[in-house]
Design a protein around this ligand. Structure first.
Ligand code: PLP
Length: 410
């Protein structure tokens, strides 16, 4: 493919792990779009299920006395795969929605049980939790919080260093456990540069949450639905969250869907007194949309039928070996893998944006992330050979830069 430096690329079709542009170029999708095309693109049976559901019931709201069969079926399915027992499910339209509903619920929970001071939300530096009001406010990527004339759109948010649980202990000391509602983290940090958890980090975080009565929220928008070789990364990393947020891989991107899984500790107070219990007043027009739900169910059926979560775990091993081999390259600072997500942190001598543009010319899509890092997170359906080809294309581009190709930044 000719140079794409500084140019938009128009995708017109896709199948499996490949995308086709309006100029006819065929590109391997090395990032699964924005971390979500887990089952791959262009599945006929996904189109078929959407068509059948639309003919039968294209939509009806899930509000008041109304519900629909697909929304119920999906909620039951999600309950059965949740990383804790007896989950309740709230459905919405995407990851940012899920963050807003989770953090609202955390505050609503404490308020309802008579501890209204517990409001502060703690998140990690370099984290990404979407861009609705709560997500913007807890963002650890500072540029997403800037420009609103205040430190935070939603008050009462704090960020801490991302790998050191001691920073959480310090924050608790400084803010006071009686004022803290929740801690939120991505099990494997994605947009912040692909950072898997340090050994023992979450164990200590959870101990501190438990001791100080702080809710633990796992943002599994990227990691959910197989990305770390388990249905949820909470299982992989032995997390016991009070709330899990999900989106992306729940439909592999075939429809806009997100939601949260809520553990009994948090939902019980809202059900304890029968009809006299308070209502958690949150819902959106498309919560429980039947076409979206049908697509999510079919997506999960495909993940299970084709053993794609085990395949994701196998691909992680190939990725780990390939990235290890790349570490000796003089233009690579380090590499990181956490599940089937890889990050290649480049030396300061090269620029990840330029490098990813050059990789496109070799027929592969990767993406520059914070920290001069190249993202690798393909669909689960590519072959070992295709994955090796992708990582080796990064090496080829770096070789050409080492050999002195002038570097231009877009
Ligand atoms: N949380 C995480 C960890 C994400 O990576 C993202 C999106 O990339 C979001 C939340 C927001 O999701 P959405 O873009 O679907 O609103």
């Amino acid at each position: 493919m000719p140079s794409v430096i500084g140019q938009q690329i128009k995708i017109v079709s896709a199948d499996g792990a490949y995308l086709t542009t309006d100029t006819g170029a065929r590109l391997l999708d090395g990032t699964a779009s924005l971390w979500y095309a887990n089952i791959g693109h262009g599945r006929e049976e996904m189109a078929q299920i959407a068509y059948e559901q639309m003919k039968k019931l294209e939509a009806y709201h899930v509000f008041g006395r109304y519900t629909n069969d697909r929304a119920i079926e999906l909620s039951e399915k999600l309950r059965s795969i949740a990383p804790f027992d007896d989950a309740k499910v709230i459905l919405n339209s995407g990851g940012s929605d899920s963050i807003d509903v989770a953090l609202k619920l955390a505050r609503r929970y404490w308020n309802h049980i008579g501890r209204a001071n517990k409001k502060v939300i703690i998140s990690r530096e370099h984290s990404y939790h979407g861009l609705h009001a709560y997500g913007t406010s807890v963002a650890g990527l500072d540029f997403n919080r800037e420009g609103y004339g205040t430190d935070s759109l939603v008050d009462g948010t704090e960020r801490i260093e991302k790998h050191d649980a001691g920073a959480f202990a310090d924050a608790i000391e400084r803010i006071g456990a009686e004022n803290i509602a929740a801690y939120i983290a991505e099990p494997v940090m994605g947009t912040g540069g692909v950072h898997p958890p340090q050994p023992g980090y979450f164990k200590e975080i959870q101990r501190l949450c438990h001791e100080n009565d702080i809710l633990f929220i796992a943002d599994e928008v990227i990691t959910g639905f197989g990305r770390t070789g388990e249905m949820f990364a909470s299982t992989r990393y032995q997390l016991r969250p009070d709330i899990v947020t999900f989106a992306k891989g729940v439909t592999s991107g075939y429809a806009a869907l997100g939601g949260i899984l809520v553990a009994p500790r948090v939902w019980r107070p809202f059900f304890e007194n029968g009809a006299d219990s308070p209502t958690y007043r949150h819902g959106t027009t498309y919560s429980g949309h039947p076409v979206t739900a049908a697509l999510a169910l079919k997506n999960m059926e495909i993940l299970e039928r084709e053993n794609l979560i085990a395949r994701s775990a196998a691909l992680e091993e190939v990725l780990t070996a390939e990235l290890k081999a790349l570490e000796s390259h003089e233009l690579v600072k380090t590499t990181r893998v956490g599940g089937f997500l890889g990050g290649i942190e480049l030396s300061d001598k090269v620029n990840a944006e330029f490098v990813t543009d050059k990789i496109i010319e070799h027929g592969f899509i990767t993406r520059p992330l914070r920290g001069n890092t190249v993202q690798i997170s393909p669909p689960f359906i590519l072959t070992d050979q295709e994955l090796r080809g992708l990582v080796r294309a990064v090496g080829t581009v770096l070789d050409s830069l080492k050999a002195g190709t002038p570097q231009v930044t877009a």
